[in-house]
Design a binder for this molecule. Structure first.
Ligand code: SF4
Length: 149
């Protein structure tokens, strides 16, 4: 499926699991959140994606035949969108709450971890336009400087 145009890893896994019940877990944003909270994944996104994919797959039954991958994927997506919401997850209603590491610690809303955004240094500058009559005077910038040529 990955060879087909427009089919990325998520779509391929979703089709494989939901349409063909293949033992694979398509990980969308909802599943990412559930899994990162369930296992308290400390690695920040997006670096944690392969680990989250691996952990999500462990939630499927080991047996190939009856893994019900499609149902499991849809159940996790629904859990993420309705119960394990980004803010104020309804953990009391969650069928996974006994096994949820972050819930036990009480820091579930801090997951998934995200890489700190790089903040650039604030720089201020001034720009001038020099004209002479109808002419606009320009000069090439030096090779090394702010807004170098
Ligand atoms: S117990 Fe809470 S944090 Fe853990 S998976 Fe369920 S809803 Fe999410």
């Amino acid at each position: 499926m990955r060879a087909l145009p427009g089919i990325g890893p998520y779509t391929a896994a979703a089709i494989a699991a939901i349409a063909f019940d293949r033992r694979t877990m398509p990980v969308d944003g909802n599943i990412e959140r559930v899994v990162s909270r369930l296992f308290a994944v400390e690695e920040p996104l997006p670096k944690a994606k392969p680990l989250i994919q691996q952990l999500a797959t462990t939630l499927l039954d080991a047996g190939d035949e009856k893994s019900r991958a499609g149902d499991s994927a849809q159940a996790l997506m629904d859990l993420g969108s309705s119960i394990c919401t980004p803010k104020k997850p309804a953990c009391a209603l969650c069928p996974l709450n006994d096994d949820c590491v972050s819930r036990a610690r009480g820091d579930q809303e801090t997951f998934p971890r995200k890489a700190a955004k790089k903040t650039g240094a604030l720089r201020r500058g001034a720009a001038f336009v020099v004209t002479r009559g109808d002419e606009l005077l320009v000069r090439t910038r030096p090779e090394k400087a702010c807004l170098a040529a």
